[in-house]
Design a protein around this ligand. Structure first.
Ligand code: 3AM
Length: 180
């Protein structure tokens, strides 16, 4: 039997935005807020696949390559804390339709390929802290960053020597609206 890998589809953040976010995070949250997510790991999950076989991963890579989805931009203008999961996040007050459609298509392909999908509504976000289980003072606003999404990717999540690493396995471009 081949080894299973923990995979998910996500949008990455450009390196410049990653740096801006972690600088702002350090300035705006106390040090004991939780476990900060490493700059390189900042992302927006589109569909979590779980631990899956190589066969399933190949099937999902094939369908992902056939998806025709539009480029979009989104303002990261929202901040929140989910005490249950211990996540402090930034997101969008109004998620673009193109993002919701892309996540929905990926999630339904994932479900059809046997990857359990959460029944919770999709709430696009960038996790900033994990293990934030105590009340958190949320800053009044983000600097209203603009994320220009022109591709989505498949990532592998590994845990080595106490660190979570996300390795990008494949990236697919999003199309100009006029091209669809
Ligand atoms: O950064 P976020 O939190 O959006 O929370 C996990 C992370 O997304 C999520 O997948 C991303 C990469 O690890 N994740 C982990 N386990 C999950 C599960 N069982 C999950 N999402 C849904 N169901």
């Amino acid at each position: 039997m081949s080894a299973e890998r923990r995979l998910f589809f996500a949008l990455s953040l450009p390196a410049k935005l990653q740096k801006q976010v972690i600088k702002w995070r350090a300035e705006c949250f106390p040090q004991d807020t939780g476990r900060p997510v490493a700059a390189a790991n900042l992302h927006i999950t589109l569909a979590f696949l779980g631990e899956i076989s190589e066969l399933k991963a190949e099937a999902l890579i094939r369908v992902a390559g056939r998806i025709q989805a539009q480029k979009f931009s989104m303002h990261l203008d929202d901040i929140g804390h989910w005490p249950g999961s211990g996540v402090v996040w930034i997101g969008a007050k109004r998620a673009p339709n193109a993002l919701l459609q892309l996540a929905s298509v990926l999630r339904s392909h994932a479900a059809r390929n046997g990857c359990h999908q959460s029944a919770l509504p999709f709430h696009p976000h960038v996790s900033l802290y994990r293990n934030a289980t105590r009340p958190v003072a949320i800053p009044p606003a983000t600097p209203q960053w603009l994320l220009e999404a022109d591709a989505f990717s498949l990532y592998e999540s590994t845990y080595e020597r106490g660190r979570t690493r996300y390795r990008c396995l494949r990236t697919w471009p999003l199309a100009d609206a006029s091209a669809l």
